[in-house]
Design a protein. Sequence first.
Length: 565
Amino acid sequence: MKKLFMTLLATLTCTLAGAQSKPMMLGENHAMLRLEQGTKYVLLPVEEKAENANVRIIGSDNQCRRRPNVRLAVDNVDYYVPLEIQDGQLLDIIFHGDRRQTGAVKDFACWKELKYSNTFDTTNRERFRPLYHHTPLYGWMNDPNGMFYKDGEWHLCYQWNPYGSQWENMTWGHSVSKDLIHWQSLGTAVEADAVGTIFSGSCVVDKNNTAGYGKDAIVAYYTSAAEAQTQSMAYSTDGGRTFKKYEKNPVLTSGVPDFRDPHLFWHQETQRWIMPLAVGQEMQFYSSANLRDWTYESSFGKEYGNHGGVWECPDLMRLPVRGTGQEKWMLVCNINPGGPFGGSATQYFVGQFDGHKFTCESKPEVTKWMDYGKDHYATVSFDNAPDGRHVAIVWMSNWQYAGAVPTKQFRSANALPRDLHLFTDGQETYCGVLPSPEVDALRGQKLKKLTDACELVVDVRGAMELTLQNLKGEQVLMKYDAQKQTFSMDRTKSGDVSFSEAFPCTTVAPTHGQLKQLRIFIDRCSIEVFDAEGRMAMTNLVFPSEPYNTIKVKGGKATIYEVKL
């Protein structure tokens, strides 16, 4: 009874606090709001069709703490985002948009619907939120950042908007996992500052204390994005739980507008750190002995591969070539637009790197794609992965429609973790992709029917056709052409495809040989297909109005397995 009374009292307090919050109108598009004290959060009402409002968060010392852009509700509330209250905070808000259409600021829904609370409910309210893929608790997510393994934990940072489910206010969110499947949110890792918002980057484990922060300190490099893009550093001495920014940021600057996404690794032969950077439509390589002083080494990219868009998120790694006993280097180059089926995708180049220069072994006109789906972008790998593995995580979406997909509490997920290697086909060397071994632990007992989160193992017998379908006739059609050695996935009738003209499509991949077995992972809004030998991968989103519950296979046999959560 006492617990019930306290709950009712807390609810009443929250309601009263909201009612007492009255804005101070300073003009047609300008208002201030003094935040009530006594609770942990003010819950800001967001309406996605509204224009961004520029919000200055001012502390009791009259200093600006943060300057996020928030789509504060004008007519209706789509969802709430939490803002942690500190003593004496004041919100100074500039609204945008045509007042003739939106009405008077004093009448906006945000003032009436504002709430105060000691908690923020992140319970899933989205039927398309994946069950076994990483997602943010709330808000927008795009590129994975700052990924490293240490002390039995995988750390995944990511581009995050804590103030809404559209791209804005770039910050590093942070999640940690012991098995690459079950993730715990650690909130914010690196927050915007006067140097800029926080764009993509990487973390390394400084095993030899080259930076002077201690053995095994975590050093993060990220792009500070403001009027220009510059490279900044932060470091952690508590295993990556908290980061402190370098007092002399930015560390590296350039006169080129697109200058971003540092990905660091230790080059054993030259005993130096190497930093590939995306610069326009090429990759530049820098070296350093101490993670502070950088020397330009070389550039790669002119006339090589696809140049349909800006090059982004580089990664450079040495991989074994399966069955040969050799190793080669692979340079990962994410590109947007320019993907094989429109929008964003991951291309790569294979060759040699001597610590100074990358040399591609293929002809300049050869383009190689790591995944032939529409929803595979910003591929980057973990630093310090165990057993010499190269484990990659990707953003499972496409810039053509990422902000329009039918979710609101959150937007975007990461694809399953993938272990990378190389293989040969004819005269060329290609990237092999397999679900990481940790994914195997998800496989449970055999099922008789499809579920919205399961794994299919398909034994292929020559040409094959596989259809996933629900009672409303929505379907995904997959085909393997044994003669042409191609695999395709048609999602034009997969469910809701109305939110973007670029979404309904058929994607096609070369199989580099005969397919014998496929592994297909279904998880509410995604389908990931892997050749069991790692020679082909395809990642696509789907949004069926109800789960696919029937499967038809011609030219093969499918076994359905539950996914253990």
